[in-house]
Structure formats: C-alpha cells, structure tokens
Design a binder for this molecule. Structure first.
Ligand SMILES: Cc1cn([C@H]2C[C@H](O)[C@@H](COP(=O)(O)OP(=O)(O)OP(=O)(O)O)O2)c(=O)[nH]c1=O
Length: 189
C-alpha cells in the first residue's frame, strides 16, 4: 500500500498501533537529544519532544508526506520518568510507582499542510510491588526501553490495578487523538 504518512519513530509499539487503525506509513526514525530542560514541566517537555522529532524528520525528508511523531513520558507529581539508564534507575522508578497513581503523557505531532499537536494524559494506578516482583521484572528485560521502566502491554499488566484514560496512549500512541489529527488534516484511512 502507498504510504499516506511518515512515522518518525523507531518504536515497534507505535508501528503496531498505527497498523491497528489501518494507516499506511513508511518509517523514518530520528534521534534527538531527549534531555529535560531545567525547570521544564512534563506537559511542555512531551510536547517539545514530539515536535522536535517531527521537525527533525522534516529537516531530513522535506514535506513530501505528512510526518507523525510521538513522545511518551511517565509523570509522578512533577517528576518526569524517561527510560531507565540501568537496573538501579529502573528499580528506583518502579519503587516510586508502587502503590501509587501516576500519569502517562503522550504527545503527538503531525506536520502536514499545518502543524497539529495534542497530548493524551492517562492515570495509571499500581498495586504495591514486592522486592521479589521488582527483581523478577527487571530480569525479564522489559523495563529497559520503556518510559517509567514498565510496559502495560507486557508483564507489567499484572501491576496495574486501574487505568483512566487511553490504553494506546500509555503504550505510545493514543489512537483516538491520532485519528482526530489525521482526519483534521484530511488524511483518510
Ligand atoms: C509506560 C509505557 C511506555 N512504553 C514505551 C512507549 C515508548 O516506545 C517508550 C517511551 O519512549 P519514547 O521516547 O516516547 O519513544 P521511543 O524512543 O521508544 O521511540 P521514538 O522516539 O523513536 O518514537 O516507552 C510502553 O511500551 N509501554 C508502557 O506501558
């Protein structure tokens, strides 16, 4: 099928989610500096990340096709949790998420005839995790490339007591919001 958009992402989850709604796309992964600026709040941060990913892709490929990018971050209070650097970092994040409610922010940026952006915010409540569960989870390999060190679509599903918002948003691409942005820019799928 001829691509309707470019997905500016290396995330296999984002590809699967776009497949789910029947959008035809090509992939062009970009690598940007994901450091948080001093004093930057979570909402501003995810929006800037998604916008910079799509802009980096436009800088490489031009405006041939609309470009979609996303960024997901786990937020506890005002603390931004990205991907863990190592085991200690992952366990430290998971201990903070244990027995508490956090938010998952996913921003999407679509650059076509215009630039549209939106953010999905979902509340996720974890049960209290034991040290044994944390150790086992780390050794599964799942935490490594995930914001907040967990994957709701994977083994961490058994940690999640409840979720209020967008499941696909937590996994990396909120499908309702993505559909709305595509329709707004005249992309039929
Ligand atoms: C919280 C959570 C995050 N994640 C993933 C989604 C994202 O891929 C990742 C957050 O990192 P991102 O920086 O948003 O994305 P990425 O680096 O994987 O891909 P790219 O920038 O190329 O688009 O965490 C899950 O898969 N499940 C979850 O439950």
């Amino acid at each position: 099928m001829t691509a309707q958009i470019i997905l500016a992402s290396a995330s296999p989850r984002r590809k699967q989610l776009l497949d789910q709604i029947g959008v035809a796309y090509s992939v062009y992964a970009v690598d940007i500096d994901e450091s948080v600026r001093l004093g930057e709040l979570p909402l501003a941060y995810v929006q800037r990340m998604a916008a910079e990913k799509s802009a980096a892709c436009v800088a490489r490929l031009g405006h041939h096709l609309p470009i979609l990018a996303a960024d997901t971050t786990v937020v506890l209070g005002d603390v931004i949790m990205g991907k863990p650097n190592d085991k200690d970092d992952a366990l430290c994040m998971l201990r903070q998420l244990s027995g508490a409610t956090h938010q998952v922010y996913t921003a999407i940026s679509l650059r076509g005839a215009e630039h549209s952006q939106t953010v999905s915010i979902t509340d996720v409540t974890f049960k209290t995790l034991t040290e044994h569960e944390l150790e086992r989870y780390w050794h599964s390999g799942e935490p490594l490339d995930k914001a907040g060190s967990y994957a709701i679509q994977g083994l961490a599903a058994v940690f999640v007591e409840s979720i209020k918002g967008s499941f696909s948003g937590v996994v990396g691409l909120p499908l309702f919001e993505t559909g709305q942005l595509l329709i707004k820019q005249g992309i039929q799928f």
